[in-house]
Design a protein around this ligand. Structure first.
Ligand code: HEM
Length: 144
């Protein structure tokens, strides 16, 4: 935790495939530039006011999820944040499309394939939990 931000070439191995910290940063940085230029996704992302901070936070998110050492505040709350951001399956499909294109631009095919699969699984999990939260809210409204 106190070792500070990893060097560009510090790497983490996921299922036998190596990702440097710079690989992850380059993908995340470019991905959110593309998001800010996408007519559908730029709308929910208006909640982000500090893009460099968001990119740093999300670089850390993926690095840490891949098993890299924690070097930033590691408390994420994606289910609630996405619910309030208006997450739905249509936006997720577009998100994954742009993410796949970004991965293909920056990474080797085996890296891109693995990360895409992990993102798709996370997206599915977010969708299921988002639907459950929606149902909970609807039930609460019915009680009123
Ligand atoms: C596999 C798909 C996705 C993953 C893995 C993912 C992951 C994340 C994570 C980890 C955060 C930071 C949460 C936190 O700070 O606690 C975040 C923030 C955010 N995500 Fe996603 N996301 C995905 C798809 C989407 C989609 C489809 C939308 C469209 C609504 C979206 C909109 C947002 C917004 C607006 C924020 C910023 C919330 C804020 O801090 O104001 N994400 N995402």
């Amino acid at each position: 935790m106190t070792q500070g931000k990893p060097q560009d070439d510090e790497a983490i191995i996921v299922n036998g495939i190596s990702f440097s910290h710079k690989d992850i940063f380059d993908v995340v940085d470019d991905f959110y530039t593309r998001i800010q230029n996408d007519p559908a996704l730029k709308v929910p992302f208006q909640s982000v006011h500090d893009w460099p901070e968001h990119i740093e936070r999300l670089t850390h998110f993926w690095w840490a999820r891949f098993g890299g050492r924690i070097y930033l505040f590691n408390d994420y709350n994606p289910v609630a944040k996405h619910f309030y951001a208006g997450f739905n399956r249509e936006l997720l499909t577009r998100w994954l499309e742009i993410f796949g294109e970004t991965l293909a631009t920056h990474l080797k095919p085996d890296q891109a394939k693995l990360w895409k699969m992990i993102a798709e699984r996370m997206g599915e999990s977010l969708s299921i939990r988002n639907d459950l939260l929606k149902e909970e809210f609807a039930a609460l409204k019915d009680k009123k």
